[in-house]
Write a new protein. Sequence first.
Length: 126
Amino acid sequence: MPGFRIAIIGAGQTGTPLLRQLLSAPFVQIVGVADLDLSMPGIALAREHGVPVTADFMTLLQPDGSPVDVLIDMTGVPAVRDTLRRQMVATGNYHTLIMHERIALLLMSLSAGQLISSRHTDLAYT
């Protein structure tokens, strides 16, 4: 299995545990983490592991010239997904999958054997 190139948007209360779990998977390459607040705990964790960090989530679509396989949006902000989708269409990026926070929470809950919640209230998929 060649593995997965993953980027994460949102490095706070919900994104940090996900990042920690992904960093422990040998088949996952974290290519970048974005958050508007570069003092968030997930940003510090990413830096500790040599993962590039940014306040500009748009740079995660092609962080090193190659598209990521999965861009995990942990922000709970529909406008972030809309902006990403528009940019992907404009640049012809039909490779990257945008993973919604709800899917990430489901997978984290399955892994933990208990429900993992988010502090975000608007988790609608738009």
